[in-house]
Design a protein around this ligand. Sequence first.
Ligand SMILES: [Zn+2]
Length: 269
Amino acid sequence: MPDTSRGWSPFVGVVYGVREMGSTEYRYVGLTTKTVSRRKSEHFAAAHRGRKSPFGDWLRAHPDREAAYFHSLELVLSEELSDLGAAESRWIAKLREEGNRLLNLNEGGLGNHGYTWTEEQRAAASIRHTGRRRLNVPTGPDHPSWGTRRSDETRARMSEQRKGMNSGRANPNFGRFGAEHPSFGRRLSPEIRQRLSEQKRGERNPNFGKVMSEEGRNKRSDALKGRPMPSSVRSAHTRHHTNKGVFKDTCKHCLDDQRSQANEGNGND
Ligand SMILES: [Zn+2]
């Protein structure tokens, strides 16, 4: 913990990234006022002591320390400690946005470096965060709660508390249609659509390589019994037109797709 009292000398910190040797994907971003290699040793020591965190698990899965590549992303020169935290937050946001599955449990900044916030800072942060959605949390085995299960009492209590929370008039979007709906007219740019698409392809898809169990298949089959398939015009369009490369000018969805493709690239967003 650096000295934060007045009159301290300009302060150098490093934002570092961690990748598996040979991979271009970042798995962790951190901040240190020491050297990156010293910080790496500390991380491994904490993992060895059994630190319970996704990154701790990841480090334990890389007993060969050379395979975990820690390197500097940015040298931060500032007298303000908060600048260091801000630089770390920027890197976390940027790398997450670019599709790196960071194991960081939060958005970075000073909250996780032992810095105690004043009441004023907490109040200001609270206002900044109100209504903001949580950043990507790792999924699958990387999720901190992977493999754990809430007790039956907790489950029952949560179920009771949440019942009807989003149904009918309780839903914040109840009765909001057309221009009143928050998603009305919202169109992602072709670049973002492309990136989101790539982020869910192949081994990055949550269902990649998964095969449903016999039991699961039967359950699903029973649940769908008696329902005509495809279940909607939209699904029929996807199955018989999109997936087969067929265009029908009598199909509303074919025409919609054609229109949105024509709009792409001419700055209609
Ligand atoms: Zn169609």
